[in-house]
Design a protein around this ligand. Structure first.
Ligand code: F6R
Length: 244
């Protein structure tokens, strides 16, 4: 079905959501092996990545010519930190598929000059010719990447202080909330919006509720995901099934 311009697919289980979303990314790779894939971290895409790893091992898809661009990274955590997003991507996808190291792009959370890193990252995305398909999750408050509810949209890659609710939500991955970084680097709304196609995955009732509020209402930086109402090619795959 459609909610405004959004292709809305609601399935029963997390497995089904993961399978359908993986099929979409796999067919992108089959049609265009040198695709620029916009990737996300978080608990939602883990099943999807497992399906992509299986497909790659089975020889159905290859990442050999693909490029990846991740949405975000914590400031202060490097690739060796188990909670860095680079570590997550290695663990869940990159180490298990044939993607080339030089084709992996993630904002450098440990860059000496964070402002320069932000400019470099947005420029890099443009240099790659833009993202072919951008995978997104969504926060319970409607954030996409680390673009938190705000009074305006910020276009390009930037450093963002994390809200207490996001820090609390992410504290489950750290020993204590004090260890959760206080800021992150994130692709901006324009960086995300310029992707040719957007695929958002979400599971659990709370996510469905915020997405419906966003897509049935007005575009509002207080619910960042609502910007997708303006995008011509968005597919959202949701399931009420909560994370296990
Ligand atoms: C991750 C990201 C975040 C998550 C969102 C949902 O790269 O950009 O916006 O997509 O916080 O996270 P989960 O999937 O853990 O509920």
């Amino acid at each position: 079905m459609k909610i405004n311009n959004i292709n809305w697919i609601c399935v029963e289980t997390y497995e089904e959501m993961s399978r359908l979303a993986a099929e979409k990314l796999a067919s992108q790779l089959k049609n265009k092996p040198d695709s620029v894939l916009g990737l996300a971290t978080g608990s939602t895409p883990i099943g999807l990545y497992q399906n992509l790893v299986k497909a790659c091992r089975a020889g159905e898809i290859s990442f050999a010519d693909a490029k990846s661009v991740n949405l975000d990274e914590y400031v202060g955590l490097d690739a060796s930190h188990p909670q860095s997003y680079r570590y997550f991507m290695n663990d869940n996808l990159f180490s298990h598929v044939d993607i080339k190291e030089e084709n992996i792009n993630i904002p450098q959370g440990c860059a000496e000059d964070i402002a320069a890193e932000c400019v470099r990252y947005s420029a890099k995305i443009r240099e790659l010719g833009g993202v072919d398909i951008q995978l997104l999750g969504v926060g319970n408050n409607g954030h996409i990447a680390f673009n938190e509810p705000c009074d305006r949209f910020i276009g390009r890659t930037h450093e963002v202080p994390l809200t207490e609710s996001t820090r609390e939500a992410n504290a489950r991955f750290f020993d204590s909330i004090d260890e959760v970084p206080k800021s992150a680097l994130t692709m901006g709304i324009a960086d995300i919006f310029e992707a040719k196609e957007i695929l958002l995955v979400a599971n659990g009732e709370k996510k469905i509720e915020i997405l419906k509020k966003a897509f049935e209402g007005d575009i509002d930086p207080d619910i960042p995901v609502s910007i997708l109402l303006l995008h011509p090619n968005v597919t959202v795959i949701v399931t009420p099934e909560a994370s296990k």
